[in-house]
Design a protein around this ligand. Structure first.
Ligand SMILES: Nc1ncnc2c1ncn2[C@@H]1O[C@H](COP(=O)(O)OP(=O)(O)OP(=O)(O)O)[C@@H](O)[C@H]1O
Ligand SMILES: [Mg+2]
Length: 255
């Protein structure tokens, strides 16, 4: 669905990304791993229309594209769930679900929000993905971080995402809540959605990934399909095996 060939991005004199070749396929989870500043967020900002790339070719459904706005990417079914989520904590769950895409009925000046429909649909969609919130009217700020991620994913799926980009959805979560989010990642994949999963955590990536890309200082240092790479290798590439050995040496306690 998305293909990048030799894509690069500079912010002024800073080269944040260079020479990226990447394909996002339907019904697969593509994991993008890398340390802080490796270029992960920059990569997904290019896919989601936030920043245009400065070199190389970006194709969507085989057509060369340069996005000029996130709306353009969204119209092609490329939805992004950012880490900060952009929810309004004090608003009800259903209102956040429909934020910016509210259902309205009637004609101006009698147009009104179809509140009952929105509450019902939000409730149904969340249940469909196995998310149980006690009350669809509770402020979203009272949900746990994991539940909020899940609401954001369910929302993107309901509004027709074909490509779902998740920027570190498990970064702030504990083991159990990460498990919940990873289950929705798998559910989205099984519905045929192409998922791009950004993470620092090779264990999380390995649980759901079909394809693994490791970035380092803006360049790809590993590009492997599931089955051709072990978790150990992935972890070593991520951490920089040599750097880790050096750190172990530096932190060694005197006997
Ligand atoms: N708007 C910007 N202007 C200038 N430099 C930027 C900008 N955004 C990112 N960079 C630089 O590009 C590089 C890659 O940043 P990016 O945010 O893509 O990393 P990341 O892999 O997402 O890191 P993290 O894991 O910390 O989120 C960094 O060196 C960063 O300083
Ligand atoms: Mg980032």
């Amino acid at each position: 669905m998305i293909e990048m060939t030799g894509v690069g991005k500079s912010y002024g004199p800073i080269r944040a990304l260079r020479d990226i070749d990447l394909r996002v396929n339907a019904g697969e989870v593509t994991c993008v791993l890398g340390d802080n500043g490796a270029g992960k967020s920059t990569l997904i900002k290019i896919m989601s229309g936030l920043h245009p790339h400065s070199s190389g070719v970006l194709e969507v459904d085989g057509r060369e594209t340069v996005f000029t706005s996130p709306r353009q990417a969204l119209d092609l079914g490329i939805a992004t769930v950012y880490q900060d989520l952009a929810v309004v904590p004090l608003m009800e769950v259903w209102r956040n679900f429909f934020l910016g895409s509210e259902l309205t009925g009637g004609r101006y000046p009698l147009a009104g929000l179809r509140i009952r429909d929105m509450r019902r649909i939000a409730d149904e969609e969340l249940r469909k993905m196995g998310i149980t919130v006690a009350d669809i009217d509770q402020p979203i700020g009272t949900l746990s971080g994991g539940q909020r991620q899940c609401v954001a994913i369910a929302r993107a799926v309901y509004f027709g995402a074909r490509v779902l980009i998740l920027d570190e959805p498990t970064a702030a979560l504990g083991v159990r809540q990460s498990g919940v989010v990873l289950r929705y990642v798998a559910a989205a994949r099984d519905q045929g959605i192409g998922v791009v999963f950004i993470t620092h955590n090779p264990h999380h990536a390995y649980l759901v990934g079909d394809h693994f890309v490791v970035l380092k200082l803006g360049a790809m240092v590993l590009d492997a399909r599931r089955g051709t790479v072990t978790l150990e290798r992935l972890t070593a590439e991520m951490a920089g095996g040599a750097e880790l050995a050096e750190l172990a040496e530096q932190l060694r306690r005197p006997a």
